[in-house]
Design a protein around this ligand. Structure first.
Ligand code: NAD
Length: 277
């Protein structure tokens, strides 16, 4: 890890009680930031804050409810004096199954968590950041936001929309000195993926083994991989990056792994290239 790139910065992280959100709070604090975390899960959220001391506050809340997102933003400003980073990370798998059996209420509930909440985080983050004339808004997309077939329909649609909203928001907010970016995470071992892979939110090691077996890099993704991407985008190291979706997937969606030419001798490939084949 490089130096404390977030010294003096204040961040709001949604979905902070578990997985990627919890690890990002730890990473942001390690890089010098103060954090407010919001999550439905009160007990682990409070435990995380207690383990990190006075620089972290936990606010129990539902990110689909505008007043609760607004209150979390206001809490950051009240307790720490400013707001430099909003990380819209809270998520669920949501509605699953074939299109023809997908329930409308489940669809709407999924969209509320994965898209409306992202809009709310942007809206209320920007409310503070515009007069401040600086800030960074990050949102969790997914490789399911880049191509079809990697997640359920509502999840896929919402994550595509998060990338679209990121670009749209970046085009408006850049004039105020606010950068807006997304992260398309690949498979990461967390309670969410443990639930999908093993049917048990506690089976994170099983999820990790499964992910490792299919990773082009030969190792499973962990929350720290995404927290590192978030810390980079939140920091001045990314000062000229806005409207971008950073893909952190071990190369999975770029054709990583052995690919088409597996088994073909490297020397033959070089020869074919030399001849312009
Ligand atoms: N794990 C992966 O492989 C993966 C890959 C791509 C994208 N993502 C995305 O990363 C984000 C974090 O996922 P994770 O894997 O850490 O999952 P996780 O289940 O470990 O954490 C998600 C957190 O969001 C909270 N949350 C859900 N709905 C909420 C609501 N309405 N209000 C407040 N909090 C709410 C949950 O309580 C939970 O603590 C999600 O947006 C997910 O879609 C994850």
């Amino acid at each position: 890890m490089s130096g404390p790139r977030l010294d003096g910065r204040v961040a709001l992280v949604t979905g902070a009680a578990s997985g990627i959100g919890a690890e990002t709070v730890r990473r942001f604090v390690a890089e010098g930031a103060a954090c407010v975390g919001i999550d439905l899960q009160e007990e682990p959220g409070r435990a995380l804050a207690a383990s990190l001391g006075e620089v972290v506050r936990f606010v129990p809340g539902d990110v689909t409810v505008e007043a609760e997102v607004a209150a979390a933003v206001d809490r950051a400003v009240a307790d720490f004096g400013r707001l430099d980073v909003v990380f819209n990370n809270a998520g669920i798998i949501g509605a699953v199954g074939p299109l023809v059996t997908t329930d409308v209420e489940a669809w709407d509930a999924t969209m509320a968590v994965l898209l409306r909440a992202v809009f709310l985080g942007m809206k209320h983050g920007a409310r503070i950041m515009i007069p401040q004339r600086s800030g960074v808004i990050l949102s969790m997309a997914s490789t399911a936001g880049l191509v079809g077939g990697l997640g359920p329909h509502a999840y896929t649609a919402a994550k595509h929309a998060v990338i679209g909203l990121t670009r749209s928001a970046a085009s408006e907010l850049g004039q105020h000195g606010i950068r807006v970016n997304a992260i398309a995470a690949g498979n990461i071992a967390t309670p969410m993926t443990a639930t999908v892979i093993a049917g048990d939110a506690d089976a994170v090691p099983t999820a990790h083994e499964f992910i490792e077996a299919t990773s082009p890099l030969g190792r499973g993704g962990v929350p720290a991989d995404i927290a590192a991407a978030a810390a980079f985008l939140a920091s001045d190291d990314a000062a000229y990056i806005s409207g971008h979706c950073l893909v952190a997937d071990a190369g999975q969606t770029s054709g990583g792994g052995p690919g088409t030419f597996s088994g073909v001798e490297a020397a033959m490939l070089r020869e074919a290239g030399r001849r312009g084949v």
